[in-house]
Write a protein that binds this ligand. Structure first.
Ligand SMILES: N[C@@H](CCC(=O)N[C@@H](CS)C(=O)NCC(=O)O)C(=O)O
Length: 219
């Protein structure tokens, strides 16, 4: 039995996209971020990242968490790599070399990109984009992102996808981290290959199915 704890408006979306692609039967147990609740510890609060029951699975109090035949796994990108390998098929690494590259790109996106793309999303969510301070922060964040985005653009000059010349879990992991940055619509203007690749990732039925559920889920 495969259970994913989380919700569509969280990093669980990465695993939910992958699960749409690989068609693995699973149960989604809805866990909401504590910061979204007035009193997450109230007796009638929905299951959330501070609930004692959930903290037994995630001492960090973070979603997503995967429970898979007794394996408890946190970290969205590790969850995706595990699910892809378990399911086999074209999204999974075909060999050790591809696995190494998929791990490389997951760590690359998590360490070089995610903090700054997430900061862009949060800045827009706070409505700060048109203030002077907001504009300066956008310039600072996009400045920091220039180096890893240029590296991805250069990679896509010689490759159709992140790994293996086909759509894989490495594309999902990278695309989901980049998506946070798209709150700032001009982010990829200087990176046409990256923009096109992201567009193609988002045109997939698996992403569109996940996104429909994302949009239907109350925040
Ligand atoms: N590196 C972790 C980060 C997990 C994380 O921070 N999740 C957020 C939601 S996207 C969370 O659960 N925050 C807890 C809270 O806001 O209470 C991963 O990729 O899974």
């Amino acid at each position: 039995m495969t259970t994913l704890y989380g919700n569509y408006h969280s990093r669980a979306s990465r695993a939910l996209w992958l699960l749409e692609e690989i068609k693995l039967p699973f149960k989604l147990t809805h866990v909401v971020q504590a910061v979204r609740l007035a009193d997450p510890l109230a007796p009638d609060a929905p299951l959330n990242t501070r609930s004692a029951e959930f903290r037994k699975l995630s001492p960090m109090g973070a979603i997503p968490v995967l429970e898979d035949d007794g394996l408890i796994l946190a970290e969205s990108l590790a969850i995706n790599l595990h699910l892809a390998r378990k399911s086999g098929g074209p999204l999974a690494p075909a060999n050790e070399r591809e696995l190494a590259l998929m791990e490389q790109w997951a760590l690359f996106a998590a360490t070089w990109i995610e903090n700054d793309t997430l900061a862009l999303t949060l800045l827009y969510r706070r409505g700060e984009q048109d203030s002077e301070a907001g504009r300066q922060e956008i310039a600072r964040l996009t400045g920091k992102l220039a180096r890893p985005l240029a590296a991805l653009e250069a990679h896509l000059e010689g490759h159709s996808h992140m790994v293996g010349g086909r759509f894989t879990v490495a594309d999902i992991n990278t695309a989901e981290i980049l998506r946070y940055g798209m709150a700032y619509p001009q982010l990829l203007d200087a990176y046409p290959r990256l923009a096109r690749w992201l567009e193609l990732c988002h045109a997939r039925a698996g992403f569109r199915d996940m996104w429909r559920k994302f949009e239907a889920e109350p925040v």
